[in-house]
Ligand binder design. Structure first.
Ligand code: NAD
Length: 275
């Protein structure tokens, strides 16, 4: 079974639109883009389009590549204070002269719709309601579209980034899975993978996970986005050689869900700020 991320994301967006259409005051998302990285420009344009379609007001701030860190921090502070802005997203990566960690820390946790602020990451670990990072949140929805009760399942997360791997492991733990968190120093990864009922891969290496690593009953979520020399996009899993219960394709798997979850988080931030 191929998990249709595009359709599931479309459903999520339709539900959001229905809710937002009924609201008198609309949620507002501020997106800050620093520099002219072509991939980031496309991501920001896609986010703006998706926000507008569901009725979220989007304010895009395009700043020069040469923007000083302090000027970016000042803009974030203005947006933190602005009661008409409910979500703030700074598109990563930032130019190397700017400290990303400092920027993430500057965003008010209540408006941190990316869920990258340590306050929101900490809440996730503590089991307190907060804004959850969009990609892992979307991955969990995809897994639950196949199987709603994950209690007791063995899950493996490959890749320990703060934006995908670590929050993903926490979400699976909350679902009562037995979670293995693996990374570049893990030994015997194929053998560990063969024991997993759920496999989430976020490494960034084309065809990294081989067909014989995956058991036939597994649910496989491929977060990786890699561009081959041919220009074609592919994930981290050797898709054509995997035989399993369910798998996400790349593209049209996790990617659309990440954007849908950003919109969901913006509505959630709005509701929290107005409750
Ligand atoms: P990252 O570079 O921050 O982390 C990669 C992780 O992979 C590291 O934790 C590292 O330990 C692990 N790793 C590297 N080599 C390994 C090996 N040989 N064995 C096991 N683990 C290994 O990357 P990231 O930001 O988490 O992104 C990972 C991939 O997911 C990238 O391709 C990225 O483009 C993609 N991504 C997609 C979305 C989406 O919306 N679809 C969102 C975020 C990231």
């Amino acid at each position: 079974m191929i998990i249709n991320g595009l359709e599931i994301a479309k459903d999520c967006r339709a539900k959001l639109k229905e809710k937002i259409d009924k609201m008198e005051i609309k949620p507002c998302l501020a997106v800050i883009l620093v520099g002219d990285d072509p991939a980031s420009q496309i991501y920001v344009a896609n986010k703006e389009k998706a926000a507008t379609e569901v009725g979220i007001i989007s304010k895009i701030f395009r700043l020069e590549k040469t923007t000083k860190e302090q000027d970016l921090l000042n803009l974030i502070e203005i947006l933190n204070q602005d009661k008409n802005v409910h979500g703030i997203l700074v598109q990563l990566p930032l130019p190397k002269e700017i400290d990303e960690k400092k920027v993430i820390l500057a965003i008010s946790p209540e408006k941190d719709v990316d869920g990258f602020h340590p306050m929101n990451l900490g809440k996730l670990v503590a089991g307190i309601k907060g804004l959850v990072a969009c990609t892992p949140k979307g991955c969990l929805k995809l897994i639950k579209s196949v199987q709603s009760d994950l209690t007791g399942l063995n899950a493996i997360v490959i890749g320990r980034s703060t934006i995908v791997g670590k929050p993903m492991a926490q979400l699976l733990l909350q679902e009562n899975c037995t979670v293995m968190m693996t990374h570049s120093k893990t030994k015997n990864l194929p053998e560990l993978c063969q024991q997993a009922d759920i496999v989430v891969v976020a490494v960034g290496k084309p065809n990294f996970v081989q067909g014989n690593w995956i058991k036939s009953s597994a649910i496989v979520i491929d977060v990786g986005i890699n561009r081959l020399d041919t220009g074609k996009l592919c994930g981290d899993v050797d898709f054509n050689n995997v035989s399993c219960a369910a798998i996400t394709p790349v593209p049209k798997g996790v990617g659309p869900m990440t954007i849908a979850m950003l919109l969901e988080n913006t509505l959630e931030a709005f509701e929290n700020q107005n409750s």
